[in-house]
Design a protein around this ligand. Structure first.
Ligand SMILES: NC(=O)c1ccc[n+]([C@@H]2O[C@H](COP(=O)([O-])OP(=O)(O)OC[C@H]3O[C@@H](n4cnc5c(N)ncnc54)[C@H](OP(=O)(O)O)[C@@H]3O)[C@@H](O)[C@H]2O)c1
Length: 330
């Protein structure tokens, strides 16, 4: 059936300026790391993407290696773009990244110009796009000079293959240095993508300060700690959950009794706020100064529907924040 986006899609979503740039991002963005690969069901992927767009999620985040197999999430997204969203490209902010292992040999990962240029060209081909809105360097490379990596971000923007540049997984010092180089080059470096959630607070140790000082936006990835900050694991490890899968980065051993106690206590606070734990975890991040957008994943449309409801209550009483801190720090 031909897809027609919901006419009220924009009224349902707050849009926030990304740092000091001209680009606004939806408060909630959708990531395609899991559940959009060749091993997944395309109809489910399509349903999640349609729901997202219908609800004002204009930003879709990919990377060269998302799948599995690597590259297949971009292929899936490309097919759905062609079939469903072909007249809506100008309403979408599409990002991709390169940095992690993509192909064998010395030119298939990290931060050389050789790798990044080839990878972006491959990503554009897989998605059937002329350009992405944001191209990220996915992780710092300890060996390639930062000048080379940043000059490549600058190059692809000047070539029109990306509109803006971003970095991901860089710490505060690395970000300061990247920003200094990109500022000198005149590159529109507008966004940083760190891992940030109630359970992973690393960006609070200096990175958020750097981003604010430099006028760079922040999009928090794995805001639900890959599903730990939801009701998914409260009673058991469901067979269809990420932790139950043989591949991926969420291991069953991480779900310790101590962590479960914290998650249950947090879920109790969420319940008193009339929210699910996922909704509270997203709202908590959206309240953090400097966070532009929260980049969620979803394995089913119902999960995204649930996560979107976080926007209905972003207020926290001081007492609630205190209780949350106590649980997280105990
Ligand atoms: N830059 C980087 O290095 C990097 C790294 C990782 C991720 N990312 C980006 O961040 C995006 C999100 O990462 P993520 O998938 O780890 O995010 P997440 O939002 O922390 O976790 C998503 C998972 O949580 C569960 N879930 C989501 N909403 C739920 C809800 N309302 N109720 C119950 N369970 C729910 C689902 O798990 P089940 O699958 O078990 O159902 C879903 O797959 C990625 O797609 C990618 O774009 C970037």
């Amino acid at each position: 059936m031909i897809y027609t986006p919901h006419p009220d899609k924009y009224s349902q979503m707050p849009f926030r300026r990304c740092g000091k740039s001209g680009l606004k991002l939806p408060a909630i963005s959708l990531g395609l790391w899991h559940n959009f690969g060749g091993i997944d069901t395309e109809e489910n992927a399509r349903s999640i993407l349609r729901l997202a767009f219908d609800r004002g999620i204009t930003h879709f985040d990919l990377a060269n290696n998302y799948g599995p197999p690597a590259g297949s999430a971009e292929e899936t997204f490309g097919r759905v773009l062609r079939s469903d969203f072909h007249s809506w490209r100008d309403h979408m902010v599409i990002s991709t990244k390169a940095g992690y292992h993509m192909w064998e040999g010395p030119y298939g990962e990290w931060g050389s110009k050789k790798y990044l240029v080839a990878s972006l060209d491959q990503s554009l081909k897989r998605m059937g796009l002329d350009y992405v809105d944001v191209f990220y360097h996915h992780r710092p490379d300890p060996e390639t000079p930062l000048e080379e990596t940043m000059a490549t971000l600058d190059l692809v923007v000047r070539q029109g293959k990306a509109l803006y540049a971003g970095i991901s997984n860089y710490n505060a010092e690395e970000t300061t240095e990247a920003s200094r180089i990109l500022r000198r080059l005149g590159t529109p470096f507008i966004i940083h993508q760190p891992k940030y959630s109630m359970l992973v607070r690393t960006p609070e140790n200096g990175l958020l300060d750097v981003l604010e000082k430099e006028g760079i936006g922040c999009i928090a990835f794995s805001p639900l700690a890959q599903g730990l900050l939801t009701n998914r694991y409260l009673d058991e490890i469901p067979a269809d959950s990420r932790a139950a899968k043989s591949w991926g980065f969420l291991q069953q051993e991480e779900i310790t009794p101590g962590l479960l106690l914290k998650i249950k206590a947090l879920s109790g606070i969420a319940h008193r706020r009339d929210q699910t734990l996922a909704q509270m975890a997203i709202a908590w991040l959206l309240k953090k100064p400097g966070v532009t957008s929260v980049l969620v994943g979803a394995s089913k449309p119902g999960q995204l529907e649930d996560s979107l409801k976080s926007l209905e209550n972003l207020r926290f009483a001081g007492e609630e924040l205190g209780q949350i801190e106590k649980i997280l720090n105990d």
